[in-house]
Every structure is written in structure tokens, then in C-alpha cells.
Design a binder for this molecule. Structure first.
Ligand code: PLP
Length: 236
């Protein structure tokens, strides 16, 4: 099998399109966010050559380093990992989007920095849809109140919700997490919160997420190959 980046990317996009059709959805409804964490500027530059210009990163330091190394590429950096409040300024300055907004203190810090930078940021609220103790994300019971609070920050454009499914090989349990996120979105919509985007699904589980309504899947391994570190390095 052809193992170039181009071939992996094209195969992945075909699998996403197939999953859409299997779910009775239009492939045009589902975006792929390539997740470039741990991979260096050379590989990302190669991906830019394939027409990709938006990349997900899990750590502030990598966004800082790569946006400098790839300044000429006009990349949109999307922060998808846990963000410490004291690093909100870097995201406010260098990222176009944050998918892991999960608490009021972080929203306040981002707003403060964004005002200074005279910028706005697209955000997704990360919701915890599993009961694993180690995972970040907002408690679903707090979602409506948090959305009301976010409406008071004009610097934060709330576009939707994001989740990580439970880490298990049982597809029904994984799918239940994705269904939960969609239901939370529908409940919020009924209360007047317009949340068009659902970011859910990764290399190992994206067809289930697409079947449950994902508008965006975050894909690392299936595009860029295996990472040098285990995921526990990123999800403390
Ligand atoms: C690494 C990561 C992904 C991509 O994971 P793969 O299994 O490599 O596709 C998606 N979302 C988040 C939050 C990640 O940290």
C-alpha cells in the first residue's frame, strides 16, 4: 500500500466520505481537522502542500514553536488539548480556535487577553460525556449555565461542542458518548443556544461519531502515522 502522506490523507478522506454515506449524510457536512501534535514542521509543510491549512495541536508550547517555524504558511492553529489558565494568552495571540473551553475561569482569562490583542476566538465547549475520572471537560449539568455566561463575552464566538469518547473497545459505549453530546447540543438549541458544530471522533472511532452527527472529526494517527509518545502523555 502507498504510504505517502498524500495517500494516507486521501484514504482517510475516502473513509470519512464512506462513513457519511453509510449514515445517510452528505460528505460535505463533515470536516476533517488534521491533528499534527508531536510532528515537526517538515511534515506539516508537506501537509500544507496537499491543501491543508488548519491543524489541531494539544499543547501550547507546540503551537508556539510551530507557528514560528511555519510563519510563512498562514496556518490556522486549533487548540484541542487541556489549557491551563496561565497559558490562555498564547492561545489568544496565536490560535484561531479553541475546542477545549471547559470552565468559567478560563473563559474570563481568554476574554481579558483577547481584548488586549484586539482579537476574537472561535470556541467549542468541551463536555465530559464519559464518567472517567481523569478526563477534562465540563460536567454536562453545568452546560446551560456556562453557555449563558459565555454569551456575555463578545470576544468568544461559541460555535459548538467537543468531546472525547470513553477509551474502550466497546463500540456501543463509545457511540453512547457521541449520542450524549448531540443530545446536549439539541437541548441547548431548544434553550436558544445555536451550536452548529459537533467536534467528535478520532482515528479509531470516527465512523461512530459521524453516525451520531459529528460535523468535524479530529484525526491524527490515520493521517500522520503513529506518534512517538503514548496518549497518556497528552491526556494526564
Ligand atoms: C491526539 C488527539 C486526537 C487525534 O487522535 P488520533 O487517535 O491520533 O486520531 C483527537 N483529539 C484530541 C483531543 C487529541 O489530543
Amino acid at each position: 500500500m502507498d504510504d505517502t502522506l498524500r495517500a494516507r490523507w486521501e484514504r482517510l478522506r475516502e473513509r470519512v466520505d464512506d462513513a457519511c454515506r453509510a449514515a445517510g449524510r452528505d460528505p460535505g457536512e463533515v470536516t476533517v481537522l488534521p491533528v499534527s501534535k508531536t510532528f515537526g514542521p517538515d511534515l506539516i509543510r508537506e501537509a500544507v502542500g496537499l491543501g491543508l491549512h488548519r491543524f489541531g495541536e494539544n499543547k501550547v508550547q507546540e503551537i508556539r514553536d510551530k507557528s514560528e517555524a511555519l510563519a510563512e504558511c498562514a496556518i490556522d492553529w486549533v487548540m484541542i488539548g487541556h489549557l491551563q489558565t496561565n497559558k490562555a494568552g498564547v492561545v489568544a495571540r496565536l490560535a484561531t480556535e479553541l475546542q477545549s473551553l471547559d470552565r468559567p475561569k478560563l473563559a474570563a482569562a481568554l476574554d481579558r487577553h483577547l481584548r488586549t490583542e484586539n482579537r476574537v476566538l472561535d470556541v467549542l465547549v468541551q463536555v465530559k460525556t464519559s464518567h472517567e475520572p481523569s478526563k477534562y471537560g465540563l460536567d454536562p449539568a453545568q452546560l446551560l449555565r456556562f453557555l449563558d455566561e459565555l454569551a456575555g463575552y463578545p470576544t468568544l464566538r461559541v460555535r459548538g461542542l467537543m468531546t472525547l469518547a470513553i477509551n474502550t473497545s466497546d463500540p456501543d459505549t463509545v457511540r453512547g458518548c457521541f449520542r450524549r453530546l448531540r443530545q446536549l447540543r439539541d437541548d441547548a438549541a431548544a434553550r436558544g443556544h445555536d451550536l452548529p458544530r459537533l467536534s467528535m471522533g478520532m482515528s479509531g472511532d470516527f465512523p461512530l461519531a459521524i453516525a451520531e452527527g459529528a460535523t468535524e472529526v479530529r484525526i491524527g494517527t490515520a493521517i500522520f502515522g503513529a506518534r512517538p509518545y503514548p496518549d497518556s502523555h497528552y491526556w494526564p
